[in-house]
Design a binder for this molecule. Structure first.
Ligand code: SF4
Length: 363
């Protein structure tokens, strides 16, 4: 019902992580990363399955040791979502997970070691059609770059990224994406803006070490929101010191807010005040939890009284407007004869939303 966004995406090359397209106008993919011990195969598979249920497109798993690489093989055979292996330094681990069917390698070519090792990894990635993510982080810049700039700056992050990019360019390897993350919003945004002009590769966005659930979500929304609104960014990861499932939910919420990509219900709810005729907050919380399985995009407005209720309902797929004892119900902006008893509003609305989702899915 709402207007589509007017964002013009930055033109970029396209890569594929498994079957998921990244860049060149493809839907912006939402990623997360497991935080279990990779060697604990059962726990890791369980976490990936929970991430799949909330719609994750790509999952990163850190593979710090050869034991973890063996575990990766078992994990890979039990999940369907594409997996990125996060590897630092050890090129043998990269070759191992490539053999085990990894969908993307997160490894910085400049950190692999001598030319022979770099070439071995890049040739293997080329042969097996595995993309690479170059990931630069404001907290771990090369010593000489740190000395040159004195502190992490957007230019410093981009210079670091370009070192790795140049290595892949020289080896004629194009199947890669790049991230330049920082925990400071302005630093990350500045770096991505610069990088967007430097290269044509897709960009992986993130505000790294953003913080806990609330502060991390806010920081990420501001940083990624600024960039995405400018058309920069092809895949996102929200880094939260929280359950990775929350990262995926926040990621989709950001994309939903910008009308870039819809998945599931976009709840519109009033902040409540003494005019509310039913408990709006309890209703929204209960419905958010009960309807996590719904992936059909729709706007549902839940408004406590007639001050703003009818207006919001008019531009929502479904809407409820608080009234005395019974609340008004709208479908596609049209007021329905049926009203909901205020004591039964959660069950009634859940049923209506489920009904609507299956109707929309059929069309
Ligand atoms: Fe209060 Fe009504 Fe506004 Fe909700 S819509 S905050 S209940 S005045």
């Amino acid at each position: 019902m709402h207007q589509e966004n007017q964002i013009k995406r930055r033109a970029s090359k396209r890569i594929y992580v498994g079957k998921v397209p990244i860049g060149d106008g493809a839907p912006i993919a939402v990623q997360s990363m497991t935080n279990t011990k990779t060697t604990d195969v059962i726990e890791t598979v369980n976490q990936i399955k929970r991430l799949e249920r909330v719609g994750v497109d790509i999952v990163r798993v850190s593979v710090p040791t050869m034991d973890a690489a063996e575990a990766f093989k078992l994990i890979k055979s039990q999940v369907t979502v594409p997996l990125v292996a996060d590897i630092h330094f050890d090129y043998r681990i990269a070759l191992k997970v490539a053999e085990y069917g990894v969908d993307c390698l997160r490894i910085n070519p400049g950190n692999i070691g001598n030319q022979e090792r770099i070439r071995a990894v890049v040739d293997c990635a080329r042969d097996k059609n595995i993309p690479i993510r170059i990931g630069v982080n404001g907290g771990s810049l090369e010593k000489d770059i740190q000395e040159k700039y004195g502190e992490p700056t957007p230019e410093a992050l981009v210079e670091s990224a370009m070192r790795h990019v140049d290595i892949l360019d020289k080896l004629n390897f194009e199947h890669f994406k790049v991230s330049v993350k920082a925990s400071d919003v302005f630093l990350a945004v500045g770096a991505y803006r610069l990088l967007a002009k430097e290269i044509q590769q897709p960009l992986h966005l993130g505000i790294t070490e953003a913080g806990g659930m609330r502060s991390g979500a806010v920081k990420s929304s501001i940083g990624l929101g600024l960039l995405l609104a400018e058309g920069i960014g092809d895949t996102i990861r929200i880094s939260l010191a929280a359950d990775p499932v929350e990262e995926v939910k926040v990621g989709f919420d950001i994309l939903k807010s910008l009308r870039i990509r819809s998945r599931g219900i976009n709840f519109i709810a009033c902040p409540t005040c003494s005019r509310q005729e039913f408990d709006v907050i309890a209703t929204v919380n209960a419905l958010e939890e009960r309807l996590e399985d719904i992936i059909t995009p729709m706007d549902v407005s839940i408004i406590g009284c007639v001050v703003n209720g009818p207006g919001e309902a008019l531009i929502s797929t479904l809407g409820v407007t608080g009234g005395h004892k019974k609340s008004g119900f709208y479908d596609e902006g049209i007021r329905q004869k049926e009203r909901f008893d205020n004591t039964d509003i959660i069950d009634a609305l859940e049923a209506k939303i489920r009904q609507k989702a299956s109707l929309l899915d059929k069309n």
